[in-house]
Write a protein that binds this ligand. Structure first.
Ligand SMILES: Nc1nc2c(ncn2[C@@H]2O[C@H](COP(=O)(O)OP(=O)(O)O)[C@@H](O)[C@H]2O)c(=O)[nH]1
Ligand SMILES: [Mg+2]
Length: 466
């Protein structure tokens, strides 16, 4: 794997439409690179002479330089390096948001020599030019994709550098240790005096191991806010699975009929439960002797069940628990699940003790998908089940993602080895290998030692113009 080296492309001038497609009030075209201002001047006719003061909007017209035709009435702004999103010369043109106008202006820019920007290329340049580290670049994507306000707060905190600062503090400690080891390697006679292994072990534990462990705990605790969870609704046909999905989403998402076997595919949507993004999936009712198409749906339901963080097993409270329900229960094989007793509006006097006894230990939640009764309790039960009662939101909203977590674990591992090696009084050049390993891992998080394919993976998740 090669360390990323900027290419010729990275120093060219790029342009893209930065606003989402469709008619709207304003559409923005963004240009970044050394030729930005020249490109703008080539097609912009400001309405006043003393125009294009840095960071000030200027009113004028975009004019096709070959035909002299007016393209659109716009506002343009020039943001010279280094005070811009990418740290390069940046121009933004605000025009009327019509697909045709945006395409025409972009076309004129490309004809004049701009390169079409790739998804995420503006943010990638901000990273390559050192304005933001990799955790902040990733926060930009998280910001755009956040499903809940908690997810958004985590992204904002990371964009403000919360994770970067913590990782940087740990790295500084390790750099000090590395410097110390280098001196010890140069002066082998005074090695013990220089290193003072006992005090070094204490420092490493307090200033490296403990903060790493804390970040890893935060990653585990905050994961559900960052990534969300998948909840799958499972049950026999006609128990009210699709009705339950619809009433949780408060919309008619899935088709509901009195005919068993209507839902043949899986249907899913997002739900916000106390800040946790929940992907909720309705499945085909599972029964024996289904015909071919329905059987395909049933197989999908089983696959969804295997991938779920939580299963809602729905039974018909009016009909009572049936042998097929118990068979489904058996197939869950100890996976996290809740038993939802639906249609309690039909049997309001129903005693649930009998059901509770049958399902041994599974939490039982009575609801009516028709009247909405019990749904708030169901949401609470879902939340309690996946958070395991630990409702604390991540402190400081600093939540490392899966990629960071991997690197933090690696760094922790190296540091533990280092402490063990110090205890065994191994020679400093061996100790230095562990320090190097830990620094390398932490460097990956902030992007100082990032490999080309890692950067490609990260920035390709962006949309165009970002
Ligand atoms: N009375 C009552 N009927 C319900 C309730 N939930 C669903 N139903 C009815 O049960 C039938 C099957 O519902 P559906 O959601 O399609 O079940 P699915 O096959 O499990 O997806 C429909 O006629 C629904 O109107 C409920 O809470 N109360
Ligand atoms: Mg259904």
């Amino acid at each position: 794997m090669a360390i990323y080296r900027p290419s010729d492309r990275d120093v060219g001038t790029i342009a893209a439409i930065a606003t989402p497609p469709g008619a709207g009030g304003i559409g923005i075209i963004r240009i970044s690179g050394p030729d930005s201002l020249a490109l703008l001047r080539g097609l912009f006719r400001p309405c006043r002479e003393r125009a294009l003061v840095a960071h000030r909007l200027t009113y004028g017209w975009i004019v096709d330089p070959t035909s002299g035709r007016n393209v659109d009435e716009v506002m343009a702004v020039f943001m010279p390096t280094p005070h811009s999103y990418t740290r390069e010369d940046v121009v933004e043109i605000q025009c009327h948001s019509s697909y045709l106008i945006l395409q025409q202006i972009l076309g004129l820019l490309l004809a004049a020599g701009a390169l079409p920007a790739e998804p995420g290329e503006f943010t990638k340049r901000a990273f390559l030019n050192g304005r933001i580290d990799l955790t902040r670049a990733e926060a930009v994507i998280d910001l755009l994709q956040a499903q809940t306000s908690q997810g958004l707060q985590i992204a904002i905190a990371q964009l403000r550098g919360s994770l970067h600062e913590r990782v940087a503090a740990i790295r500084r400690e390790l750099l000090d240790v590395r410097a110390l080891l280098e001196v010890a390697i140069d002066f082998p006679d005074d090695e013990l005096e220089i290193l003072n292994p006992a005090s070094l072990q204490g420092d490493l534990t307090a200033k490296v191991i403990a903060p790493l462990e804390e970040l890893l705990r935060a990653a585990d605790r905050g994961r559900i806010y960052r990534e969300g969870i998948a909840v799958v609704i499972l049950g026999r046909p006609n128990v009210g699975k699709s009705s339950l999905l619809n009433s949780l989403l408060k919309e008619e998402r899935a088709i509901v009929t009195a005919i068993p076997g209507t839902t043949r595919d899986t249907i899913e949507d997002f739900l916000n439960i106390q800040g946790m993004p929940v992907r909720i999936v309705d499945t085909a009712g599972i029964r024996e002797n289904a015909e071919a198409v329905e059987e395909l749906g049933i197989q999908r339901a089983r696959r969804q069940q295997e991938a779920a963080d939580l299963v809602l097993l729905v039974v018909d409270g009016a009909a009572g628990v049936q042998p097929d329900d118990l068979a489904l229960l058996g197939s869950l094989a100890g996976r996290p699940a809740l038993l939802v007793v639906n249609k309690i509006d039909l049997r309001p006097d129903r005693d649930l003790a009998e059901v509770t006894a049958l399902v041994q230990g599974l939490p039982v939640v009575p609801v009516s998908a028709r009247t909405g009764e019990g749904l708030p309790q169901l949401e609470e039960a879902i939340f309690a089940k996946v958070t395991g009662g630990d409702q604390g939101e991540p402190e400081h909203h600093c939540v490392p993602n899966a990629r960071h977590r991997q690197a933090l674990l690696g760094a922790l591992n190296n540091t533990r080895q280092l402490v063990a090696a110090l205890a065994e009084q191994l020679p400093p050049d061996l100790l230095a290998i562990e320090v190097h390993g830990a620094l390398e891992q932490l460097g990956e998080i902030v992007g100082e030692t990032s490999h080309e394919d890692l950067l490609d993976t990260i920035f390709s998740r962006f949309c165009l113009g970002k």
